[in-house]
Design a protein around this ligand. Structure first.
Ligand SMILES: [Zn+2]
Length: 82
């Protein structure tokens, strides 16, 4: 199954990215651009997938080519995040 990674937030029309976890689960949308305050490590793989890893307490910080991304719900102008 191909997941279209890029989308637009239905509430605020900002570009968002749907990343998936290494075991294929879809994460909540993140903002399109990396953000140093983000709590998700995301990398764009050679196969075109955006692979995401939620950073909890004590988890390994992002390792290149991972970058920090923020959940879109934290910055959504419309406040809903979806
Ligand atoms: Zn939004």
């Amino acid at each position: 199954m191909t997941i279209t990674a890029y989308a637009e937030c239905h509430a605020c029309h900002t570009r968002i990215v749907w990343a998936v976890t290494s075991d294929g689960k879809r994460l909540p949308p993140v903002n399109w651009g990396p953000d140093p305050t983000g709590t998700v490590a995301v990398q764009h793989t050679a196969g075109g997938t955006w692979l995401g890893r939620v950073l909890g307490q004590g988890d390994t910080p992002p390792i290149f080519p991972e970058k920090r991304f923020r959940w879109h719900r934290e910055t959504c102008q419309a406040g809903t995040g979806r």
